[in-house]
Design a protein around this ligand. Structure first.
Ligand code: FMN
Length: 317
């Protein structure tokens, strides 16, 4: 797969003018179409504003309390089925995000969910309290980043930690709270149940999976040594997890992992997801999330299905 290192200017010709046949509610947030841009692959949604505005929503790049330079390069390694990344949560930090980026995000027409990551438990509620007053739709709690030394995936591997973090955030905000789960050495059905018990409004299934790439000398290729697998290679596992998690909880599941076409999105909805996120495909083609929605809509209308909700969970029916 060919990943563009710089995004091309927003050139998508496909325009979707209507909002679609239905709306799905996650917590306090109504999504007018089921396709969202995944965290970290769509920057802050501002560069391709015209596309962002036609999506159900965007999940921002992950924000931490302090600015982070991220991991040393190289940070991306392509392989035939996808990519490995070890970006390491590079971001401008809470203050720069709140003062410089948030006011511009507030002018977008789609739903905006801020992805947050902490290295200690208390950082999650702190980030939420500092951002809560603003015109945001909600938060996605990243307890699943495999590319940081502390917190990240270690939190997401423990149902107890997931429950504690979710409960702390739940106390702090009435806005929509989505917990982004890992599939690394843990049953996501268990962590999803923990998130639900602590008051999460939804769960995102899945973040990247651990991976390793070597150079010809046998040494790790990535500056961060290990990375996270994303893209088409992730899809079968992510789909398996979505189906499993959707049976385990009553809160909405948001499918993520290797979605690059309307057919991929349809598969995730069939497996029980109510919404989907497009990640790595946007790095290859910035119009990918919009094309996914367009293709899904075309499929629905070709098959006389009035609303995408009607296909949700049909795998088990
Ligand atoms: C370059 C890159 C950066 C990412 N940054 C974040 C992040 O900051 N927070 C987060 O929760 N997930 C992050 N992710 C994970 C994606 O949001 C998504 O869960 C994952 O890539 C699987 O979806 P995909 O196969 O469609 O890319 C990142 C992924 C990539 C490839």
């Amino acid at each position: 797969m060919k990943v563009h290192t710089r995004f091309a200017a927003g050139r998508s010709r496909s325009r979707i003018t209507t909002c679609g046949p239905a709306a799905i509610r996650v917590g306090q947030t109504m999504f007018s179409n089921p396709v969202l841009a995944a965290s970290g692959t769509w920057e802050f949604g501002l560069r391709f504003r015209r596309i962002s505005n036609q999506l159900g929503g965007i999940i921002t790049k992950g924000i931490t309390l302090d600015p982070r330079p991220g991991n040393p390069p190289p940070r991306i390694c392509e392989f035939p089925g996808g990519i490995l990344n070890s970006v390491g949560l590079e971001n401008p930090g809470l203050v720069a995000f709140r003062t410089k980026i948030l006011p511009r995000l507030n002018t977008l027409k789609c739903r905006v969910i801020v992805n947050i990551a902490g290295f200690k438990l208390g950082e999650y509620p702190r980030l939420v309290s500092e951002l809560d007053e603003k015109k945001l739709d909600g938060f996605e709690l990243n307890v699943s980043c495999p590319n940081v030394r502390h917190g990240g995936v270690a939190f997401g591997q423990s149902p107890t930690m997931v429950e504690r973090i979710t409960a702390l955030v739940r106390k702090q905000t009435r806005k929509t709270v989505i917990v982004k789960l890992t599939g690394n050495f843990v049953d996501p059905a268990e962590t999803a149940r923990a998130a639900e018990a602590a008051g999460a409004d939804g769960v995102t299934v899945l973040n990247t999976l651990y991976g390793l790439a070597l150079d010809e000398t046998g040494r790790p290729f990535l500056g961060g040594v290990t990375g996270g697998i994303s893209g088409p290679a992730l899809k079968p596992f992510a789909l398996f997890c979505v189906e499993r998690v959707a049976r385990a909880v009553d809160i909405p599941v948001i499918g993520c992992g290797g979605i690059a076409s309307g057919r991929d999105a349809l598969d995730f909805l069939s497996a029980g997801a109510k919404l989907v996120q497009v990640g790595t495909a946007s790095l290859v083609d910035p119009s990918a999330p919009l094309r996914v929605w367009q293709e899904l809509r075309d499929w629905l209308s070709r098959n006389s299905v009035k609303s995408w909700e009607q296909v949700v969970g049909r795998t088990r029916r």
